[in-house]
Structures are given as structure tokens and as C-alpha cells.
Design a protein around this ligand. Sequence first.
Ligand code: NAD
Ligand code: UDP
Length: 345
Amino acid sequence: MILVTGGSGYIGSHTVLVLLQAGFEVVVLDNLSNSSTVSLERIAQITGKKAVFIKGDIRNRALLDKLFSDYLIESVINFAGLKAVGESTKKPLAYYQCNVHGACTLLEAMNDAGVKSFVFSSSATVYGEPETDCYHENLPTGHPTSPYGRSKLMIEEILKDLQTSDNEWKIAILRYFNPVGAHQSGKIGENPTGIPNNLLPYISQVAIGKLPYLNVFGDDYNTPDGTAMRDYIHVMDLAEAHLDAMNAIMKINTANESALKIWNLGTGQPYSVLEMVKAFEDACGHDIKYKIAPRRAGDIAKFYADASLAKAELGWTAKLGLSDMMEDTWRWQSNNPNGYNHLLK
Ligand code: NAD
Ligand code: UDP
């Protein structure tokens, strides 16, 4: 059985779906601070299979001990955490508490239960500001600009120390670039609370008429159309990568190989903000209003993944392109204009 923490959230729910379809039994632990169990009900409708759901917090050691004694867990995929960059600058302690203390509590409980296979959601934000736009795993990590980013880097360092101290640990650190999109069914997707911070949820709320226009943050970057470029990756490709990474580390013979793996997950193809707007217009069939606004603090002009290591070591590459990302987001948004919110119990 696989424990997926944060499994009712955006990326977690798509990964739970992929795990169930691959034949794994899944336990989801989520405190529902940023999600609802409706995602899990929808997954059951799509797959005909149900994950066990436990409402609870990764910082609750007694609950974790009971969970590891009640279920035979082979591996843990940890999505649980707070993720809003802006909020993290206002509430740094909440972010370190939840993300760093949460990860440590979970790892301690795993260690004591003898479960030593761990897949971690990290982010491209851990890289420094290299000379290149194309990030390879061997580039040094830098100084993330927010408490959120620093919490990810701290957990990466903790995981390296843990694996160095005990070679039985098998750990995959997955550095996501910009996850977007939704399952092709239009039944599960991203469900941001309040006004979205990220580009695609914002565009899709403009498209559906909930927001008046998009602010394009900066049109004077050194890029072909002047707007900033990112490596957007479809959430289903990302979900598949978690399955592949988990399977790969579980097969490692730790007697001959280090079992601390870091893989970038992106497509390697960056798109500008205006290219994203245009692609969304093609998917939804009407114009998206936008205004050029000042650059957003902390943003850089361009970055994208060198994902060749994941291809070489996992046999994984992103299969879905820009039109899939946009069409699937639009299907989810137009079928569920209020996300899961109106269904909340
Ligand atoms: P999400 O908020 O949709 O999912 C996180 C889930 O964790 C939510 O369901 C939330 O209720 C739960 N949760 C939060 N704190 C918890 C705790 N202490 N105990 C138990 N459950 C808790 O976010 P997401 O976009 O699916 O992101 C998943 C992971 O991927 C996060 O760790 C995030 O930092 C990381 N990540 C996300 C992105 C992105 O752009 N979405 C990029 C890079 C990394
Ligand atoms: N962006 C924008 N308007 C928005 C949100 C984002 O122009 O309302 C731009 C942002 O400046 C960046 C890109 O879209 O260049 C992706 O931003 P997002 O917050 O989605 O991801 P990030 O790369 O910052 O993690």
C-alpha cells in the first residue's frame, strides 16, 4: 500500500488516480486545509477504485504511528504542505512548521515503522540564479527568495543528510517546473481558494468571467515577445513521473547504488505569458482580456528544465503538449466553474 500525504490536493489527487490505475492500494492522509474529499470521490468515479481516506495532519505523530501500524505501507509520496509563495513571506513560521516540521515528523514516524521509501515534491525554485536558462540537476542550489522556497530547500538538505546517515533510505526528490492542466475527464483539477496567484488558474477564471482581465507581469523581459517564459508541465505527466520515480527507487539495490535521486520534471519547452494566453484562447474559443502590468517582484525572465536525467533513468518524458494543457484546464474549469467548492461538506 502507498501512503499519499496531501493526496486530495491538486497534484496529489492526479497521482492517486494514476497509482490506483496502476493497481496500487492507496491511503490518503490530508488535513483538508487546502482541498476537499470531493476530489477522491471523483477519482472513484473515474477509476472504479477507492483510496482509503484519513483526515489528519502529517505533524500528528500519534496518528502517523497508528496509520503505519494499521496499514502495510511500502512507500510514501509526500505532497502535504503549504505552497503559496506570497503568503509564506507573511507567515513564515506557519510554512516552516507545516512543511519542515511536518516532513521531519513524517520521516521520524516512517523510520520507526521501518518504511524507508520516500518521494518528495520539491520545486525548481531551489536552483540558484545560474548563467543558463536551462536547469540541470547538477547545477548548484541557490537562495530561494521566499520562506516557501527555503522550506523546500531545507527539506532537500534534510533528506540528503538522512540518506547519508542510513543507506537503507530510498529517496526521490522531484523538482517540478510549472504544473498545470487537469485530468482529461474534466472531473478533477486545480481548485485554488480565493484569487489565484498562478498564471493558468488566473487565465481560466478570466475565461469563465469570474475575473475581469489578466495582469501580464512585465513585457520588457529579454524574451522574443517581452513576457516571461516558463516550462509548463501537464499534471498527468507529473503524476506518471511520481509512479515511475517511486517504482525506480524501490528497485534500487542500496548495496551498490546511492538511493538519493533528484529528478527535474518539466517538458524542456518554455512558453511566454502571451503564448499561454493565445493557446488558452484557442482552447476556449474566445478572447482573454489582459493588461500589461509592472514586473512581479522576484520573477526572472526565463527558465526551463533539462529533463534528460528523468528520461535516461526513469524512461519518463512529458507526453502532453500545450494544447492538451489548455484544453484539459478549460474542460475542468467550464464543467466546474466553482471547482469543488459548492460541493464542500
Ligand atoms: P495543494 O495545496 O493542492 O495540495 C497540498 C495538500 O496538502 C492539500 O490537500 C492540503 O490540504 C494538504 N496539507 C497541507 N498541509 C498539510 C498537513 N500539515 N498535513 C496533511 N495535509 C496537509 O498543492 P499542490 O499544488 O497539489 O502541491 C503539492 C505539493 O507540490 C506541495 O508540497 C507543493 O509545495 C509542491 N509543489 C507544487 C507546485 C505547484 O505549482 N502546484 C510546484 C512545485 C512544488
Ligand atoms: N504571471 C502573470 N500574471 C499572473 C500570474 C502570473 O503575468 O496573474 C506570470 C508570472 O510573472 C510568471 C508566469 O506568469 O512569469 C508564471 O507565474 P506563476 O505564478 O504561475 O508561476 P512561477 O513561475 O512564478 O512559479
